[in-house]
Ligand binder design. Sequence first.
Ligand SMILES: *Cc1c(COP(=O)(O)O)cnc(C)c1O
Length: 400
Amino acid sequence: MRQGRHFLQIPGPSPVPDRILRAMDMPVIDHRSAEFGQLGRTVLEGSQKIFQTSGPVVIFPSSGTGAWEAAIVNTLSPGDQVLMVETGHFATLWRQMAARWGIDVDFMPGDWRRGADPAAIEDRLARDTSHVLKAVMVVHNETSTGAISRIGEIRAAMDRVGHPALLMVDTISSLGSVDYRHDEWRVDVSVSCSQKGFMLPPGLGFNAISDKARTAAKNNRMPRSYWDWEEMLKPNANGFFPYTPATNLLYGLREAITMLMEEGLANVFARHQRLAAATRAAVNHWGLEVLCQEPKDFSPVLTAVVMPPGYDVDQFRKVVLDNYNMSLGSGLSKVAGKVFRIGHLGECNELTLLAALTGVEMGLSVAGIPHRAGGVEVAMKLLEQRTEANSAAHLKVVGS
Ligand SMILES: *Cc1c(COP(=O)(O)O)cnc(C)c1O
């Protein structure tokens, strides 16, 4: 018997706000109608704001994995060599997919405890003097480890060595939560999906596409049909799709974009940073270890926590679910059984986070996992401190 609302504190899918659920509670309309064209144009233009791009964004009825595939089949050819970085489970899966498409992947090994190293990428590209590498493919927020890769620095590294490879980035669990600049960082393909920072149910996959990527798509030799960008971009010009779109998810997307723009992207990003800092403060106080070891790479979206040796992570997650109706993320592949993950993305505020941390702390006690009590209070104190900018904004709203 589980009462109250379920706390979905996994790092995606993230909880869907009531406002978005209500926005999707609509009749399905004719996807060839003028009314649909208006909806299509609104969400396609709105998505550009979230990717911080003025170029085209395409939306597939798909999971994030589908959008990964679209990035590969539109730009690369069988036998092409690319550079990818082993940041964790999702980077490994994207690499496997590329290999299945006949891509020759140079996979820079990683220890799953930090983001991609821009200096190592620069070094590797500098040695590729004949420009054999066709793309650098990186996961922005590695959801399995809670580590960010600094894409702006990777772009700068590519520029320093003058390497012409495409830059393709999985921004699936960061977009709409962490500052992400498709145009400024001159990313060629940004891959995302609906069920993380967009706060939507699963079912939409996104590619933001640079001119250079579009040119590559015109010249590459990879068979494709469903994922073909040009097939999509033609009807998209008038807000339409080449096949039946996920209409009701697009209603939700329109609302999600409105919500993100109402709060202001800068405020959204700052909120995620603050919640992540409070989470790490609690974890540190408990005496547990954050998996990510590079402070510059701490994820604003989730925190992966290392379980002390000899204690069962899945038993702990079960205690939390059974007693407090809260789902925490499990460890994936290499870190399975070693970590649990606390998601703090999307519709999450101070009180949501404190409730989640309370559930974790109570779970640690009930499961008999050694820790120092009082982590939640530490997080509380940290969240009480408003930045000067926040207080000023608050006063202004109150005064107006
Ligand atoms: C969730 C996630 C994916 C996979 O997305 P699906 O919608 O499950 O296909 C890929 N990469 C990252 C970084 C993710 O967080």
